[in-house]
Design a protein around this ligand. Structure first.
Ligand SMILES: Nc1ccn([C@H]2C[C@H](O)[C@@H](COP(=O)(O)O)O2)c(=O)n1
Ligand SMILES: [Zn+2]
Length: 180
């Protein structure tokens, strides 16, 4: 009986084997965080986060945006304005906060959070208090900022692991026609 690299022979029956090149779990969860970031209305920085359990279930997804009831069209998206009341910073909810608050499970203890950008100090507190024990991130572009230095001090003190994910693929293309 002939067989090729896609089929195999068991008990004289030819069966098709599985695909060998699907994206792996980490790529999948990080890509989910990046996809969520695409929902952000922030003109200068879009961040996404995805909370995942030890058994690879997605428990929460979030992106940075205005709080419920605070209109995206009325609240400010600028920065460096004369009054901080006219900048986004007092108002915007960070991706990590939204992913944790809007989780679909009571408990996120011992979970991992995938984030496109390293969490700030405020999000580090929420991560720690929620029981998440691992942060996997792509960008650490704000590493020089006190908010990120404080974040790392707290995550380290609380024993929350954090490490930078180096994607295998620079891009994952989604084709809505369903063709590979
Ligand atoms: N880990 C992070 C870091 C930042 N954000 C949000 C908060 C703002 O909407 C934006 C940062 O704005 P920038 O100072 O770069 O103009 O990103 C977040 O959700 N999670
Ligand atoms: Zn934050």
């Amino acid at each position: 009986m002939e067989h090729d690299d896609k089929t195999t022979n068991i008990n004289e029956v030819t069966i098709q084997r599985k695909r060998e090149d699907p994206i792996d779990w980490k790529e999948y969860f990080m890509a989910t965080a990046f996809l969520a970031a695409k929902r952000s209305k922030d003109p200068s920085c879009q961040v996404g986060a995805c909370v995942v359990s030890k058994d690879n279930k997605i428990l929460g997804i979030g992106y940075n945006g205005m709080p419920i009831g605070c209109s995206d069209d009325e609240f400010p998206w600028g920065k460096n304005t004369p009054s901080p009341l006219n900048s986004k910073f007092f108002y915007v909810c960070h991706a990590e906060m939204n992913a944790i608050l809007f989780r679909n499970s009571a408990d996120v203890k011992n979970c991992t959070i995938y984030v496109s950008l390293f969490p700030c100090n405020e999000c580090a507190k929420i991560i720690i208090q929620s029981g998440i024990t691992e942060v996997i991130y792509i960008s650490d572009k704000n590493a020089h900022k006190d908010s990120v230095i404080a974040s790392k001090i707290m995550l380290d003190a609380a024993g929350v692991k954090h490490w930078s994910y180096k994607p295998k693929n620079e891009k994952i293309v989604i084709n809505f026609t369903g063709e590979a």
